[in-house]
Design a protein around this ligand. Sequence first.
Ligand code: SF4
Ligand code: FE2
Length: 621
Amino acid sequence: PRPIDELTIWDDAKAMLKKARAEGIETVHERLDQQTPHCKMCELGTSCRNCTMGPCRVSEKKPLGVCGADADVIVARNFGRFVAGGAAGHSDHGRDLIEVLEAIVEGETTDYKITEEGKLRTIAGEIGIETEGRTVKEVAHDVMDEFFADFGSRRKEVSFLARVPQKRKDVWAKLGMTPRGVDREIAEMMHRTHMGCDNDAPNTLIHAARTALADGWGGSMIGTELSDVIFGTPTPRMSTANLGVIKEDQVNILVHGHNPVVSEMILAAARDPQLVARAKELGASGINVAGLCCTGNELLMRQGIPMAGNHLMTELAIITGAVEAIVVDYQCIMPSLVQISGCYHTKFIDTANKARFTGGIHYDFQPATAMTQAKEIVSLAVEGFAQRDKGRVDIPCEPIDIMTGFSNEAVIAALGGSLDPLVQAIVAGDIRGAVGIVGCNNPKIKQDSLNVGLAKELIKRDILVIATGCVTTAAGKAGLLVPEAIEMAGPGLKKICGSLGIPPVLHYGSCVDNSRIMQLCAALANTLNVDISDLPVGASSPEWYSEKAAAIGLYAVASGIQTHLGHPPHILGSKTVTNLAVAGLEDLVGAAFFIEPDPVRTAEIFDERIKAKRKALGLSE
Ligand code: SF4
Ligand code: FE2
């Protein structure tokens, strides 16, 4: 096996990897070793299994599949389906929030409620729903109908396109890239990539971009906004991160996955006095709910619960031996967690019919019965405390402070009611630009080396960093999410963040919350009366791994934002597709991808771009 020092930059991870090896437990890293080398054709994207005349693998020697598809067609089709998978994930998550809103409006649940009536009315106004003199239920009903319709086929464009600058919408209209219905674009991508349909790679990629845009400005944005309406709009608050948030003397419940619908209810149930009393009866001092990945981000942003870790920490958190239950909803949950839970007293509990795990304890979580089910789940965890093997517990560190809760609403409030002070700071050059660093870990990359490395390089150059998803815990563990981190920033950023008492890296939420960044960019562009592609901004997913990350990257690019990836998707087998991704898209949508494994070089490329964009806006470099 590879030396542990090469796998991660974190001490808490190294300690648990050592413990895993000592206890004979395999993790993602050993499984990667077993899978290496990967199939070359699959890496290049030139293998196709879309019909039973195949499967086919094309190469210079055998350039065509049985049907005649060449490398360009095969790569484009594979990438299109990859993006569709990602858009489907985020957007189906968004739909689940509409269904909770429906359950509220129809009176089927009292466990969830409309917490932010003001935000609901603002959204309604934006998408053209009458709010004057109407009850909150009436407005909510129409918002619900409108959002459900956004998923279907009858709309010309998804409703949140109301937020997009006209110039950008004109670009999309000209290219046939305007996202219509979320499900429609995803289904059409599956159709196009059926054998014998869209056999023109650039045309397939245009639709891939449209599919991604339906996610970013559709399903994801609906997910974010309705989560705020139902659970509250995040406001700045302090919390903690790393494996030290797991408490030796408490019942530990980890929530993992993406959707706050389950995890919010678990958190509420964990505060039930009877369950806390039972935990104490069994010798624990309380019940501790900590987050993993994005459902952790959701609770961190709104409720300030601590973060145990990001993607590559999920297995390691269980290996502390102090986790009574891991409660999951969907996405990014390694099935290995069931196996590793089985090595301890940990109960693995899944909660969604669309994401079941063989060997897990299953609850069909529903809005109408949510609190009852959540209490049953918490009770299972509490009873599990008695089975903990104290001799196998090792919590390797003390937690680190982080600041969270930067929704656009909170940022605007902190700025005194409008974006103008931010615009002024950008114009003055104190903040030269901004880059969203988002996404995942990938065991092919030393954990968080690029996530953290890039963030540090950017803030040095007075480039504000906005973090979401698994980059959050990385930035937090590196000490970048506290106001004191301005000491690592350049002079301008230090001045502005220092005066506001905020960190130079702002935690903006989960992966669906990348829609908050899109909304911010649109608002900045509208304020300056320019297109999003004119802004001195960038996006990066240094350690990405998932289909969802590909969809995010593509909607960022299609929205006009230059986007960095730390390693390429499986497209290099086609020159046409690769050139379009890293160059050709620039001419079409005013932005493209760049692939760069080195964080310093990446920061330099962003810096150059930001200089050029600032110059074009008539600003100092
Ligand atoms: Fe082969 Fe074409 Fe079938 Fe793909 S669609 S498996 S390239 S015959
Ligand atoms: Fe995520």
